[in-house]
Write a protein that binds this ligand. Structure first.
Ligand SMILES: Nc1ncnc2c1ncn2[C@@H]1O[C@H](COP(=O)(O)OP(=O)(O)OP(=O)(O)O)[C@@H](O)[C@H]1O
Ligand SMILES: [Mg+2]
Length: 225
């Protein structure tokens, strides 16, 4: 297998707006390798979340191919897509999306997919993200930063090849936002994963390896190291 963990090739996606067809993604391509942390920036409504949804197999493009771990999953069935999503992808959303009636350890336990011997220890992960003391707390008893870190822990629990984060710092202050992005970066570097983060926050762009801008349906590389 090559070092590319996530590849999108010539993706097109339009939405129907009344009688009009609105082109959101107009032939967009991106490849992210092992140990690479990429950021996508661009104006509101430019298609960043749409793009991330296509990458995460939540949305089917009108045209183009999605490859995960070198395998073309474009034509995969709904069931296969769900399996790939659970086993190979980790999602972090703008709002933490934790279930209000579950304690932190259980938020992670219910999404765990890997066979017992491959499992990442929930306690280890919570310690790594410095929220070990939230293990038996409900979200309502946790701060915004703690909740976001619990959501990051949940995205890491299946040891995914690819991490997708849609504005993970949006509900956090500058310092906590930076910490959250540092945690994603550490995971990418330590475990050789690929990550794509959509962000509006220019102050965290020094933490990523490459920056892409999406505008007018096109994706352009702005910075690459
Ligand atoms: N399911 C849908 N049906 C129709 N139009 C949609 C749908 N989802 C998104 N759109 C439109 O597609 C465009 C791109 O949306 P998207 O959510 O990808 O933008 P974004 O870049 O993530 O914006 P933001 O920075 O505000 O989150 C927007 O104009 C939006 O209104
Ligand atoms: Mg968005």
């Amino acid at each position: 297998m090559s070092g590319i963990l996530l590849e999108l090739k010539d993706i097109c996606k339009s939405y129907r707006d009344g009688s009009e067809e609105r082109v959101i993604l107009d032939g967009v391509s991106l490849a992210v390798g092992k140990g690479e942390f990429a950021a996508i920036v661009g104006p509101s409504g430019s298609g960043k979340s749409t793009f991330l949804s296509v990458a995460g197999l939540l949305l089917t493009p009108d045209r183009g191919n999605v490859l995960i771990g070198g395998k073309d999953v474009t034509g995969a069935s709904k069931g296969e897509r769900t399996m790939i999503r659970r086993r190979q992808l980790g999602f972090i959303f703008q709002s933490h999306n934790l279930l209000p009636y579950l304690k932190t350890a259980d938020q992670l336990a219910i999404v765990q997919e890997k066979p017992m011997r491959e499992k990442v220890s929930v306690d280890e992960l919570l310690s790594e993200l410095d929220i070990a003391d939230c293990r038996d707390k409900f979200p309502a008893k946790m701060s915004g930063g703690e909740k976001q870190r619990a959501a990051i822990a949940r995205a890491f629990v299946n040891d995914p090849d690819v991490i997708l984060a849609d504005e993970p710092t949006a509900s956090l202050d500058a310092q906590r936002g930076r910490l959250a992005v540092e945690m994603i970066r550490n995971e990418v570097k330590k475990r050789n994963k690929a990550a794509v983060m959509v962000t509006h926050d220019n102050r965290v762009l020094d933490l990523v390896d490459s920056v892409y801008r999406i505008d007018g349906g096109k994706l352009l590389k702005e910075r690459f190291e």
